[in-house]
Design a protein around this ligand. Structure first.
Ligand code: SF4
Ligand code: SF4
Length: 242
């Protein structure tokens, strides 16, 4: 079997299962090229009991996306030459319940398109069939919709769509340039370094303003997902005003 990518509809089924009995168990966690989304970081830092700042320092590298000019975060391998994921153990993934969205989505890829008139999102899926992956030889079949549900992907997809909206806006306003240093730092803090962002909005009166315009102050103080949603909205307003 050679590597193959083919489009699939949400109601269509594909043959795949990954578990600890497959002969290639853990193989794909040894060759890491893992981008982390803001929501991935939110889940991982919580699972590890770290602040976002400490998680970013210990486990990630920061880059500027060559196509977007925006800050992007990658997972730092255990040993740079070996590309092994820092979370893989002989028994499997030690952050399984909070693993990144791309680990959950595999062997599917999800793309979205947005209606210019209504802003409504349409999802498109593809199967990435890699020859080394024995998961395609297992008996289990499921539809794309069943896979998305079984992998608890809905909150990941919702947050990633907010990120895609920001990237789209930035590319529309300024397709080539990177953000300036100060703007890049704001972007990084509001979306990736949530605990520092929380302190920042309290100290700079932004939380009080948000509360005055209808946000729940208690929720923004206590709930990382609510704070991240606010971060997307705030970055849109501050860095990419219409
Ligand atoms: S986070 Fe878990 S599932 Fe994802 S590459 Fe690392 S060990 Fe594998
Ligand atoms: S079956 Fe595929 S996804 Fe699962 S461990 Fe093997 S290579 Fe990775």
């Amino acid at each position: 079997m050679s590597d193959e990518i083919f489009a699939i509809e949400k109601q269509d089924s594909f043959q795949f299962e990954c578990n600890c009995t497959v002969p290639c168990f853990n193989e794909c966690c040894q060759d890491l090229n893992q981008f982390l989304t803001p929501y991935d970081i939110l889940r991982l830092k919580k699972a590890l009991g770290l602040t976002a700042t400490n998680f970013l320092e210990q486990y990630t590298c920061r880059h500027i996306g060559p196509e977007t000019g925006l800050p992007v975060i990658t997972l730092k391998p255990l040993e740079p030459a070996a590309k092994v994921c820092p979370f893989v153990t002989p028994a499997g993934c030690r952050v399984y319940a909070d693993r990144p969205g791309s680990c959950r989505m595999y062997p599917l890829a999800r793309m979205i398109s947005r209606s210019r008139d209504t802003g409504a999102i349409t999802e498109h899926y593809a199967v990435i069939q890699e020859s080394h992956c024995r998961g395609f030889h297992q008996d289990r079949r499921q539809t794309v919709t069943e896979w998305v549900r079984s992998q608890d992907l809905t909150p990941y997809n919702e947050m990633n769509d907010l990120m895609m909206g920001l990237i789209h806006l930035k590319n529309t306003l300024n397709p080539v340039a990177s953000l300036g240093l100060a703007d890049a730092q704001l972007f990084h803090m509001a979306l990736y370094d949530l605990d520092r962002f929380r302190t920042y909005i309290i100290e700079h009166g932004i939380l009080a303003e948000a509360a005055a315009s209808g946000y729940s102050e208690e929720l923004l103080k206590a709930d990382d997902s609510a704070l991240l949603r606010f971060g997307f909205e705030w970055i849109r307003r501050v860095l990419f005003p219409k």
